[in-house]
Design a protein around this ligand. Structure first.
Ligand SMILES: [Zn+2]
Length: 356
């Protein structure tokens, strides 16, 4: 199972110059390789393969010594990226590869991480040809499992995406089971009677965002102050996105640690967004990510993950009776068995029942 951790890195001024230089040289290489393919195709009816282009890299370094500033594997990865773009074209997944301008070439990759040395210095990541860069790893990861390092520039900040291969654990015996219902009023309701609320978690940041957006709207178009205000809004958006991820990781980890079987509805969140006016809340809630996180954590810890078809779980009682209610009715009252409980908790119980 492949997972990716994204961490913020803080290069020094000098390191940042090297990072930008690497991005530029990689982009030039990408565009030159694309051009070479096109010229050869026009002249000879066939273009050089990725391997043939890789074999030319040592000559290129001799002729253009500035490429000595770029790690050899990073350069090879540029060519692999171009090759992938053509593979996607040939399999009908994408259009013809574009020449990249500065805004569309924002990352480079070390395809084989040096597990021993890359994370030797605590709090830092070593990037060959760049140096030790301060890294904020906000949760624990196993350096020996990291197989690939991608360096990305996004909204004025630098990040690394660390790809790790995690072994799937052997299935543990199922003792404790839980059903989970995701909803708009409560982020998630659990069949054990607990509820996970995400709104209060983001309230502070969202208030701040509203304030910054009001301030931005008062600034004159094209002014320096407007640009500054806009940067602040973008950064806060990023921060909120990270807070969400953090929240989803913690919430899913807590559940997977405690329970051995986890049942959720197979919601296609995308379809819901298309069909409902509640699209904003649904997109913001991040259920799709939450379910993903639950699933891979289950694989990682040997827990059983069950997705059940979503039909009618909110209109059914655990006794099997049909109990219709619209969204405004928050309490489930069953005329058959007399069960009175929170509607979302009852849905979670029904979900668990269907999975067992
Ligand atoms: Zn009932």
């Amino acid at each position: 199972m492949i997972i990716v951790h994204r961490f913020h890195i803080e290069p020094t001024k000098e390191q940042e110059q090297k990072l930008f230089r690497t991005l530029t040289l990689c982009r030039w290489l990408y565009n030159a390789a694309l051009e070479q393919k096109e010229i050869c195709y026009r002249q000879r009816g066939r273009s050089p393969s990725c391997m043939q282009q890789k074999n030319e890299l040592p000559t290129l370094k001799k002729e253009l010594p500035e490429y000595k500033q770029v790690n050899a594997q990073v350069m090879q990865d540029c060519l692999r990226r171009l090759d992938n773009a053509f593979q996607r074209l040939f399999s009908g997944l994408a259009g013809y590869p574009h020449y990249k301008d500065r805004d569309h070439y924002r990352s480079f990759t070390y395809p084989q991480a040096d597990k021993q040395d890359q994370f030797k210095k605590p709090g830092y990541i070593y990037l060959p040809k760049i140096g030790y860069i301060k890294m904020n790893a906000h949760f624990a990861f196993d350096p020996l499992k990291v197989s690939r390092v991608n360096v990305k520039y996004h909204n004025g900040k630098w990040y690394v995406n660390l790809t790790s291969e995690i072994a799937e654990a052997e299935a543990v015996e199922i003792v404790n089971k839980i059903g989970i219902d995701v909803g708009l009023l409560t982020f998630a309701a659990l069949s054990d009677g607990t509820k996970i609320d995400n709104r209060k978690y983001f309230r502070k940041s969202e208030k701040k965002l509203a304030r910054l957006q009001r301030r931005l709207s008062r600034k004159k178009k094209g002014s320096n102050n407007r640009r500054k205000a806009k940067t602040k809004v973008t950064w806060l958006h990023d921060k909120i996105a990270n807070q969400r991820k953090d929240f989803l990781h913690k919430a899913s980890y807590g559940i997977v640690k405690k329970y051995d079987l986890i049942a959720v509805e197979d919601l296609s969140v995308k379809n819901m967004i298309k069909n409902h006016h509640l699209s904003k809340s649904i997109a913001d809630a991040g259920w799709g990510k939450f379910v993903n996180y639950l699933e891979y954590k289950c694989l990682k810890y040997g827990k059983t993950f069950v997705k059940i078809p979503p039909r009618g779980t909110s209109q059914t009682c655990v006794c099997g009776a049909h109990v219709p209610k619209d969204l405004s009715v928050r309490v489930h009252k069953c005329p058959e068995c007399g069960l009175i409980a929170d509607r979302d908790i009852v849905s979670a119980m029904v979900i668990l029942q269907r999975a067992s």
